[in-house]
Design a protein around this ligand. Sequence first.
Ligand SMILES: [Zn+2]
Length: 294
Amino acid sequence: MTDWDRIERLLGHDTLNQLAQKTVGVVGVGSGGGYVALALSMTGIRRFILVDDDVLDVQNIVRHVADSRAIGQPKVQAVKDLILQRNPNASVQTVQGRIEDHLELLDEMDVLVVGVDTEGAKFSLNEACLERDLVAVYAGVYERGEGGDVVIIRPYNGPCYACWANSLREGHISPAPDGSDEEMDYGQRRPDGTLAGEPGLWLDVVRVANTQANMVLNILLEGTKAERQLPANTVILANQALEILEGHITPPFSAEWVNIVRDSHCLVCGDLQSQQSELSLDKLLKDQKGKHHE
Ligand SMILES: [Zn+2]
């Protein structure tokens, strides 16, 4: 039995009802995505679609919401069980597979949590979300968990994930709120397109994932009194002292907000795309690899 009385007092009856009607998709329920799904189930959200092709391994146990009792189970099943322990009335659809093979699931989601860490899957999701006008929240964790970033991508209202990643990972941004032109210096991508991430401690991953979960909640609270106004579309979290903005050390546990704008020449969401029928993911990935080899 779950008692929602305190959450109802906090959010209000109507808002809690509103949350209960929404469906959150979580693609990738590893160390970050698994946490996001469980945390959101404890806010009153109760409809989930979980997608992940992986099985819980002994090595995951120190970096996952599920523990050794779930070793050998599909991660989607392990996370579903945890959600149902918190809320037996939750409705959790699970798919053990790759999202690229199940893109039609996106049609049923009100918001998407991107918990995968391969850039290829992120680019596929990006295009699928643009086609469906689906808002997505992406998170990335930096090397050794030193920090991470979270961004809300609203189709054709701001950057898509492709031009966002290009802009941020290349360091071309204007920090909010003053819009001055400082250089970024952090978390570059490796030539294979993934973030240069070595395993970090779960508590560092979770700080990023918790922000991602909170941003998803905030999207679903839009129009209610509980909604918080965010100053920009991207937050960069420092777990260690990080030089996120050139010449300025961001201390541990603090954060910088930056606003990334849409690139009108973006191969995915740029203005030229309206005249071109074919989106070229291959070309995009090739382009970006090229830049990193320079
Ligand atoms: Zn774009």
